[in-house]
Design a protein around this ligand. Structure first.
Ligand code: HEC
Length: 177
């Protein structure tokens, strides 16, 4: 190392000492920076693992709960009625569930009643106007199912009175001769 001209020995020593100090500080700084760079490089590929280390337990629990609840609901049947859709469980149920709950609620199906021809008309209408696909072999199965379990109810009595349509009249109790 070169020391400036015209210094006595003590001054030269002091100069060198000061210079070495600067060098040490610089090396320490460089080491610190390198440490963080390596830490960062190590962290990037392990990022997911490190995060999972803290998350894993909680997440696993949540997913197990959710999936068991869903599975139970998905196939639960009470009194012959599939709970989630309200469909009667009988031959054809699987085909109807698979094809008739895609665009609308199963309630739209279960609240309707029709003869086999009536159901076929609705299916044809949905195929022509609503983009319902060709049901192929499943069509007779679906029609059998619908016309068996959602047939028109035979009425043993008159229709309910439609209150809004009735013309009410006032009883005149005083002139009843
Ligand atoms: C591609 C979509 C789609 C599929 C699949 C579908 N529907 Fe529909 N369906 C509709 C649309 C759209 C309507 C009209 C909905 C509305 O009025 O809100 C409808 C209405 C209905 C109605 C009510 C009709 C009325 O006159 O009020 C019934 C019943 C019905 N669908 C039964 C079925 C059955 C049974 C199947 C299975 C074979 C089925 N749908 C599959 C689209 C579909």
């Amino acid at each position: 190392m070169k020391t400036p001209e015209g210094l006595n020995d003590k001054q030269k020593d002091q100069y060198q000492e000061a210079w070495l100090d600067t060098l040490r500080t610089f090396i320490f700084g460089a080491k610190t920076i390198l440490f963080f760079v390596f830490a960062a490089l190590l962290y990037i590929p392990l990022e997911d693992d490190i995060k999972n280390l803290f998350k894993e337990k909680q997440e696993v629990k949540v997913t197990t709960n959710r999936s068991t609840e869903k599975d139970e609901d998905y196939d639960r049947v009470e009194n012959g009625i599939h709970v989630q859709t309200g469909f009667v469980v009988a031959p054809g149920f699987d085909e109807v569930r698979a094809n008739c709950t895609v665009c609308h609620s199963s309630k739209l199906v279960t609240q309707n009643r029709a003869t086999r021809e009536g159901w076929e008309q609705m299916i044809i209408w949905m195929q022509e106007k609503q983009g319902l696909w060709d049901l192929g072999d499943r069509k007779p199965i679906i029609l059998d199912y619908l016309s068996t379990h959602y047939a028109p109810i035979k009425k043993g009595r008159r229709d309910n009175i439609d209150i809004a349509e009735v013309e009410w009249y006032i009883l005149d109790l005083e002139n009843t001769d």
